[in-house]
Ligand binder design. Structure first.
Ligand code: THU
Length: 130
């Protein structure tokens, strides 16, 4: 799957977001090493801290399906006007992804016309580990 195709999957997943409070819809598409694809979207809550980001809903679905190794993650976001806007993963999601990566996971974010592809290690150079 190409980077553009993976980003399109993330864009489609953004339509599944539950985001009545921010109106900011985020989609994620996570490619497992075996080629399986997992998508996620942000799920907000009236108790704002209970909100879960798109990246982690995708990651948790994959982990619950037995996957532990991933090659690429695309993140796409739509603002309240439905426009695609760049949304690199937040800090908590970077740390969550780092649990299942040696840092080489390719993270794609941006827009269709300006897509960035960077290794997770460059987004979170000193991840916490035990
Ligand atoms: N959000 C994500 O889904 N992923 C991120 O990496 C950052 C933020 C969501 C959480 C919330 O529902 C909305 O974007 C606005 O912060």
């Amino acid at each position: 799957m190409t980077d553009t195709e993976l980003f399109q999957k993330a864009l489609q997943a953004a339509d599944c977001a539950y985001a009545p409070y921010s109106g900011f819809r985020v989609g994620a598409a996570l490619l497992a090493q075996d080629g399986a694809l997992y998508t996620g979207a942000n799920i907000e809550n009236a108790s704002y801290g209970a909100t879960v980001c798109a990246e982690r809903t995708a990651l948790f679905q994959a982990v619950l399906d037995g996957k532990r190794q991933f090659t690429a993650l695309a993140v796409a976001a739509k603002n309240t006007d439905g426009e695609t806007v760049s949304a690199p993963p937040c800090g908590i999601c970077r740390q969550a992804l780092a649990e299942f990566s040696d840092g080489s996971l390719r993270v794609l974010f941006g827009t269709e016309n300006d897509l960035n592809a960077v290794p997770l290690a460059s987004l979170l150079p000193h991840s916490f580990c035990l």
